[in-house]
Design a binder for this molecule. Structure first.
Ligand code: AHG
Ligand code: MN
Ligand code: MN
Length: 345
């Protein structure tokens, strides 16, 4: 029986197209995929083996950690540190970059990850995920410094996420489009189920946490207000709204049927000295790479996310991503509000 193209086969075939490829990157990706399968298993059985709920600790960003945040982080670290493909790794759940232990060989890649995204959804059995971003370490770098990790998103060589939903899926880009794979549990393999994922340029669906409405800046207020006015408003069409509170699930929906997702800067975040809610290095950059590769756009509202020069491992940024024409509209509203001349019809 033919089960279709496995993820392993897909990445080996991609590797063969790159002259001089050593297979190192293919192996690293396989190790990441194995880690995601282990996390999928933990998330799946969480309620049966007593690993739901809070761990009673906080991460470097002052957020309460769930037991599964810590377990997922441990799975990523344990699955990747020994393999010889990495020079270092960094995670939402670790204050500083983690060096590769001295007893293991070092490789040429750096990985940054959000081991469990959307963790407020764990206990309520709603989709969560893992996000990762792969960079090259500087040449001959034995022990990468923090600065070595702070590369703009345009330098990513691969980004991906796993979404643990009704099906477990893995979505990947290495700069040649976006492909989606579904875990076939009967054989334990991810199978290519969504080749060449493309985000439609237009959409009538937006995603934003409306409870922050009173804190938003004028351009975001204007955009959402126009959507809500529907047929009677300036857009002349009704819009639909979704908010899952798991970025992976929102991005996955947008890759599947289009849409716009916004976690903008607002007065409440500013009052807490935060430049946004989502983190640049392991949320916004990898998702930006994936979304752009699928024909969408990803911006802070004022700058292309992937071109930002990072200033810190846990740096936060406003995120507006998805269907290109809608993201461009929101960016134009920012430009207009900031004093630019251009009028948007
Ligand atoms: P994490 O669980 O890794 O901290 O990320 C949660 C993020 C993101 O996935 C989601 O879009 C957003 O936080 C939800 O924020 P609100 O709870 O403010 O809606
Ligand atoms: Mn997250
Ligand atoms: Mn997380």
């Amino acid at each position: 029986m033919d089960h279709g193209t496995t993820l392993t086969q897909f990445i080996i075939e991609e590797q063969r197209r790159i002259p001089g490829a050593t297979g190192d990157f293919t192996s690293l990706l396989n190790d990441v995929v194995t880690a995601c399968k282990k996390i999928a298993c933990a998330v799946n059985r969480g309620g049966l083996i007593g690993i739901l709920g809070s761990a009673g600790s906080e991460n470097v960003q002052g957020e309460t950690q769930k037991k599964l945040d810590i377990i997922s982080n441990d799975v990523m670290v344990n699955s990747l540190e020994w393999t010889g493909h990495l020079a270092g790794m960094a995670s939402e759940e670790m204050d500083d970059p983690l060096p590769i232990p001295a007893m293991y060989p070092k490789g040429k890649y750096l990985i940054l990850f959000d081991p469990l995204d959307g963790s407020s959804n764990i206990d309520v059995n709603v989709s969560v995920g893992t996000i990762f971003s792969i960079l090259c370490a500087p040449e001959d770098c034995e022990n990468p410094t923090l600065e070595d990790f702070l590369q703009p998103g345009t330098r990513q060589i691969c980004a991906g996420y796993a979404v643990y939903g009704p099906a477990t899926m893995l979505v990947l880009t290495s700069g040649h489009g976006v492909n989606g794979f579904t875990l076939d549990r009967s054989i334990g393999e991810f199978i290519l189920s969504h080749p060449d994922m493309i985000i439609p340029a237009d959409t009538r669906e937006f995603a934003i946490n409306m409870s922050n409405q009173r804190h938003w800046e004028a351009p975001v207020k204007r955009y959402v207000d126009e959507c809500i006015q529907g047929q009677e408003g300036p857009r002349g069409e009704d819009f639909n709204m979704r908010w899952v509170a798991s970025m992976v699930a929102e991005v996955h929906r947008i890759l599947t049927r289009g849409g716009i997702f916004m976690y903008p800067i607002d007065e409440k975040l500013k009052a807490r000295d935060q430049a946004g809610k989502l983190r640049l290095m392991y949320e916004a950059n990898p998702m930006g790479f994936i979304v752009e590769q699928a024909g969408g756009a990803c911006s802070t509202g004022r700058e292309r996310i992937m071109e930002l020069e990072p200033s810190g491992l846990h740096q936060r940024v406003p995120v507006i991503l998805g269907s290109r024409n809608e993201v461009e509209r929101v960016v134009a509203y920012h430009r207009e509000s900031d004093g630019g001349k251009q009028q948007v019809a």
